[in-house]
Design a binder for this molecule. Structure first.
Ligand SMILES: C[S@@+](CC[C@H](N)C(=O)[O-])C[C@H]1O[C@@H](n2cnc3c(N)ncnc32)[C@H](O)[C@@H]1O
Length: 266
């Protein structure tokens, strides 16, 4: 098929067979699996997924590619045309759990991750390609500059490991950066206790809002400051002079609990 890759849709098509093999191996497919693929493009992953799974949904935004995908007449394949960020995943994925496999367009990877977090109950495993820098952030441990909002929010719910490092030449056209394939395994229960998930997310975002600042200042800047904050945090073993990037997941859990007691949950 003659298709001119479109930059606006982040079209870097995989052409390295070893990388495709590595993605499929990480997905650990079983015949009864139901899978969602976001951004099938020319279908290199789709064609490898199809014979191995019970059900495959693909979501592709580029109408020029849809005809080629629909030409694969497998009865267990459903092609959804549209923006994966806008489509209603609950309506499409009616028989969870699903595995999610995607060579994601880099420009929407954070937004997709937030949508995945909102729909994590639908998924048992995710195998996703990211720009290497984003992959590093997702796997990062506390203490370094890679550790941030997405590291915390995703690591609470998933075991995340990098399975492949991918050079630009694996794609056509080659992107300017290296990429990483990450495998997310859904945990049976979150790593920490979270009473109110929306508030937990708000806490983490506020704490990292101004990452060079101390917790005391960044929380105040994010509307989560209150009189007595320093003492309240000290009581749960957190020094308000620390920066967000030094806090473990457990400490973020305790931080959110303390703030929830003192700040209105709006
Ligand atoms: C990096 S390419 C990967 C294509 C193919 N899976 C492969 O590995 O060669 C990203 C694909 O996602 C599609 N895409 C981009 N934005 C999208 C969106 N918001 N929703 C669904 N698909 C999207 C692009 O058109 C493209 O086919």
């Amino acid at each position: 098929m003659n298709h001119r890759p479109k930059k606006r849709f982040g079209q870097n098509f995989l052409q390295d067979r070893h990388i495709i093999d590595g993605i499929l191996a990480a997905a650990a497919l079983e015949p009864r699996d139901r899978v969602l693929e976001i951004g099938p493009g020319l279908g290199v992953l789709t064609d490898r997924l199809l014979p191995s799974v019970a059900r495959l949904h693909v979501i592709e935004i580029d109408r020029d590619l849809v005809e080629g995908l629909q030409a694969r007449t497998a009865p267990h394949l459903t092609v959804h045309v549209g923006d994966a960020l806008a489509l209603d995943w609950e309506a499409i994925l009616c028989e969870p759990p699903y595995k999610l496999v995607a060579n994601l367009p880099y420009n929407i990877s954070s937004q997709i991750l937030f949508k995945i977090l909102d729909h994590r109950h639908l998924f048992s495993r995710l195998v996703l390609m990211f720009q290497q820098e984003v992959g590093d952030r997702l796997c990062a441990a506390p203490g370094g500059r890679d550790y941030g909002i997405l590291s915390v929010l995703c690591q609470v719910w998933f075991d995340i490991r990098r399975v492949l490092r991918v050079a630009p030449g694996a794609f056509y056209p080659p992107p300017k950066v290296y990429s990483s394939v990450l495998c997310f395994e859904a945990l049976a229960r979150p790593r920490i206790e979270i009473a109110d998930e929306r508030f937990f997310r708000r806490t983490v975002k506020a704490a990292f809002g101004q990452r060079r600042k101390t917790l005391r200042n960044s929380l105040a800047g994010g509307g989560l400051g209150f009189d007595g904050l320093e003492d309240a945090l000290r009581e749960v073993g957190i020094d308000s002079g620390r920066r967000a990037e030094t806090l473990s997941l457990e400490e973020f859990g305790r931080l959110a609990q303390v703030l929830a007691r003192h700040v209105s949950p709006a």
